[in-house]
Design a binder for this molecule. Sequence first.
Ligand SMILES: [Zn+2]
Length: 119
Amino acid sequence: MGSDFYCDCVLSGQIPVRIVAESERVLAFEHTQPTWQTHIVVIPKEHIAELIQIQDPSLFSEVFALLSRLIKERGFATTNYKIITNGGSYQSTPHLHFHLVSGLPLDPANPAQSGELKV
Ligand SMILES: [Zn+2]
């Protein structure tokens, strides 16, 4: 597993991202290397390594409230969307993150877009 891209680069401000939504503890921004027509990343602002490390159940609510808001605002419920999170060896950076994707994969030949998205 690589370094913590989200703490080291995104939350630190080292790599600028285009923020699309945010709440007190959750940040949503456009993926820096999108692999779908719409590719948004949603992360907790505090360091949490992966899904099973969430201690505070209200953080689940906050994450999914933000995802739900984005889906509604962008009309994805009438087109398409999926939410992906990786764990174990699928996870390429040790900070919990959700991919919200919609539309078509940008490279359908890429096996990573079959459901094993990295970063
Ligand atoms: Zn982190």
